[in-house]
Write a protein that binds this ligand. Structure first.
Ligand SMILES: CC(C)(COP(=O)(O)OP(=O)(O)OC[C@H]1O[C@@H](n2cnc3c(N)ncnc32)[C@H](O)[C@@H]1OP(=O)(O)O)[C@@H](O)C(=O)NCCC(=O)NCCS
Length: 189
C-alpha cells in the first residue's frame, strides 16, 4: 500500500510569507494557524494537553502521562531550529482561549543523519488530511537538511498512525528495544 494516493484534503492552506507559517481553513470553516512552536506556547501546551484522552496520550507518548510539567513544557517549546522542527496548529481565537490543536515534531539525532518524529492531531480535527500534511512538512524539513532518514516509534495497536506512515512510504519493522512497539523509517535520499 506504500505511496497510495491520499484522500482529498478537507482544508485549504494559505501561505503567510514566513517559513513554516500558513493559515489553514478547514472545510467546516474552522481556522487554524500553522507555525513553529515558540517558548511562549508553554502554558497553552499544558492547557491543551488536558483536553486529550488517556488513549491519545498513550498513543503519542507511549506511556501514561498525567500532565505536562512546566519544566517538560519548557523543553517541548524551546527548540533549537538548527536541530529540530516543531510545528503547531493553533486555533485562530484570542490568545487566552486558543488551544494547540496539533503538534508535529522532529529532532536530529547526535549522529546528525537521522531524525525522530512524533505527532498528535487533536480528535476534533482528525481525518481531514492534517496529520498527513504535517508529516509531509517534517519530511520536507528533513530533506532540506540532507538527512538520511526520518523515523518514529509507533505502538503496534496504533492503526491510524501505522496507516499514515505506510501511506507516506515508511517501512514498518520491529523495534529491538520495546515489545509492542514498531519502528517506522523513511529513507530521504
Ligand atoms: C495518527 C494521527 C496523527 C492521524 O492524524 P489525522 O489528521 O487524523 O490523519 P489524516 O487525516 O491526515 O489521515 C492520513 C492517513 O492516516 C491513516 N488514518 C488516519 N486515521 C485513521 C484511522 N482512524 N484508521 C486507520 N487509518 C487512519 C490513513 O492512512 C489516512 O489516509 P487516508 O485519509 O488517505 O485514508 C492522529 O490519529 C493522532 O494524533 N492520533 C493520536 C496520537 C498518535 O497516535 N500519534 C502518533 C505517535 S508517533
Amino acid at each position: 500500500m506504500a505511496g497510495r494516493k491520499a484522500r482529498d484534503r478537507q482544508f485549504k492552506s494559505f501561505d503567510l510569507g514566513r517559513i513554516w507559517c500558513e493559515a489553514i481553513e478547514l472545510d467546516d470553516g474552522t481556522r487554524l494557524l500553522l507555525r513553529p512552536i515558540q517558548p511562549r506556547d508553554a502554558d497553552t501546551l499544558r492547557r491543551s494537553f488536558k483536553t486529550l484522552t488517556p488513549h491519545d496520550v498513550r498513543m503519542r507518548f507511549m506511556h501514561p502521562l498525567k500532565e505536562i510539567t512546566p519544566e517538560y513544557a519548557r523543553r517541548l517549546t524551546e527548540i533549537d531550529p538548527d536541530q529540530a522542527l516543531a510545528l503547531v496548529l493553533v486555533e485562530a481565537k484570542p490568545p487566552e482561549e486558543a488551544l494547540i490543536a496539533a503538534v508535529a515534531r522532529t529532532a536530529v539525532d547526535d549522529n546528525g543523519e537521522e531524525a525522530e518524529f512524533a505527532i498528535i492531531v487533536g480528535p476534533e480535527i482528525r481525518g481531514r488530511g492534517l496529520g498527513r500534511y504535517l508529516m509531509e512538512k517534517l519530511i520536507e524539513w528533513g530533506r532540506q537538511r540532507g538527512l538520511r532518514t526520518i523515523y518514529g516509534f509507533i505502538l503496534e495497536e496504533n492503526q491510524p498512525m501505522l496507516g499514515l506512515a505506510d501511506s507516506l512510504g515508511f517501512e514498518i519493522g520491529p523495534c529491538d528495544e520495546d515489545m509492542g512497539v514498531v519502528l517506522a523509517r523513511l529513507t530521504l535520499e
